[in-house]
Design a protein around this ligand. Sequence first.
Ligand SMILES: Cc1cc2nc3c(=O)[nH]c(=O)nc-3n(C[C@H](O)[C@H](O)[C@H](O)COP(=O)(O)OP(=O)(O)OC[C@H]3O[C@@H](n4cnc5c(N)ncnc54)[C@H](O)[C@@H]3O)c2cc1C
Length: 540
Amino acid sequence: MNRDYMLRRLDGTTWDFIVIGGGATGLGIAVDAQTRGFSTLLLEQCDFAKATSSRSTKLVHGGVRYLKQGNVGLVVEALRERGLMCLNAPHLVQDLAFVVPRYRWWEGPFYGIGFKVYDRLAGKLNIARSRVLDRETTIERIPNVETDGLLGGVQYHDAQFDDARMAIALARTAADAGAIVVNYMPVVGLVKRGATVSGVKAEDRETGRQYELHASVVINATGVFSDAVRRLDSNETEAIIAPSQGVHLVLDRGFQPSDTAIMVPQTDDGRVLFVIPWHGRVLVGTTDTAVDRVDIEPRPLREEIDFILRNAARYLERQPVEADILSCFAGLRPLVQEGSVRRSTKSISREHSVVVSESGLVTIVGGKWTTYRKMAQDTVDDATEVGGLPERPCRTENLPLHGAVKPRSTVAYPEPHMRYYGSDAARVAALMEAEPRGRELLHPNLPYRRGEVAWAVRQEMARTVEDVLSRRTRSLLLDARASREAAPAVAALVAAELGRDAEWVARQIAEFDALAAGYLPAAENDRAPSRPSVAAASRT
Ligand SMILES: Cc1cc2nc3c(=O)[nH]c(=O)nc-3n(C[C@H](O)[C@H](O)[C@H](O)COP(=O)(O)OP(=O)(O)OC[C@H]3O[C@@H](n4cnc5c(N)ncnc54)[C@H](O)[C@@H]3O)c2cc1C
């Protein structure tokens, strides 16, 4: 995947679909559309998965909370998608056991029965059966659990993934099929023929060059930015997105020193809390804070950090304090505003909706990472009709994503994170050997090596220090301090690959340093949201 090649392919083509937005939703649509045989161009204003899609809880899940609400249809859909994701991207998605610790007598039968229903709803695609655990087994599975008053636990299974790596796998799958995907290319306007949207105006952020690009259908897959793109179509457009912020803290593995996650289904104030092993660290979250401004780099609020620390401490014997935070990050959920999606809308489920404007602009809103494939299928089905394009069957149900290796494959992973490269792992390892100092670690506290930077630039369209440290590797999320220290080396490596000068290197280091400061709790966010209350029900 090479950006210069992609740019050369932009001129003189009329596309079947132009997709705006390179997060889970847009990338899923590009894969679906291109593999149906539709020519597809995807434009992303920053880097792939820069926004919400790299800031999730990293769970591929049916959504136990919907079960509690009696929303069986949604759970069945998500469990099916979970199963398909495990099959189509086994290098990126893995089984994860969760234990719900029990402190009250009724929690055993209550959650035990609930998770049996969850197992049943997954049908043939179920990962593993849930079961009730005694006290000893619970402590064995989650050794840092608070033992005072502990009766036992209930174990169930969902799946875990690496969200930003999954986004790159989708971009590469789309590109492998012939789609053109371009990062750092914001859409700044819509082109119309009469009253109908017939293309976009876009600007290359690296060169400033403007493009006018044409398509049968333009699809708006910009998540929390959807309303801004809809306003390019019509100033009178009503808002349909109600963004909600979620924060995670990253801690040392000592806070959950096993491969099992803890799920607290209801903290004392009615929320869900996860303590999850991830990339050799522990991820704790999340919050649910209504916000009224949409920022590409949202910042955790002091009260969100305090909330997570306070609640985690109630369920953990070794209790985390602020100084233990290696990194903290915030993401914005693209929730659909209640009642905003009107009758003309093709409302597909309460989780996601496809909205077709009078101009023919197709907007997809809502959903979650787990259901990205189904969202893409629904969107392409509707967009095909809008554009009068021939109906073609969706091919993504059984489509292995780029790098997919079968679970029983003999590929050896020298380091655990190398499994995320899937079938590319051997080539990444060979590049590390071939590059001078390619096997040297970027930082003693990070698992990544210098050779991986060259891979990220050459094969995965990384363009900046942030792309490498935040999304091609997950350094920034795993350890913000170490990432700041690694930034100068990464800047020099990226500059050598892209032919950039010393001024570029200095600017990159300064920009990354300012960004990474926001991933440390000391850098508090001084912008209070208009509604700072943390909402009543927690989502992931
Ligand atoms: C805290 C949190 C935890 C979550 N946990 C989970 C989980 O565990 N499991 C799960 O299944 N889901 C989870 N989700 C939900 C999931 O992350 C989101 O539903 C999903 O990532 C949304 O993807 P998207 O592509 O719609 O939006 P985004 O990822 O935000 O992508 C939209 C893209 O559009 C781009 N864009 C915007 N304007 C323009 C423009 N003018 N031109 C070009 N590009 C533009 C943006 O830069 C952005 O990259 C979580 C969400 C949050 C916030």
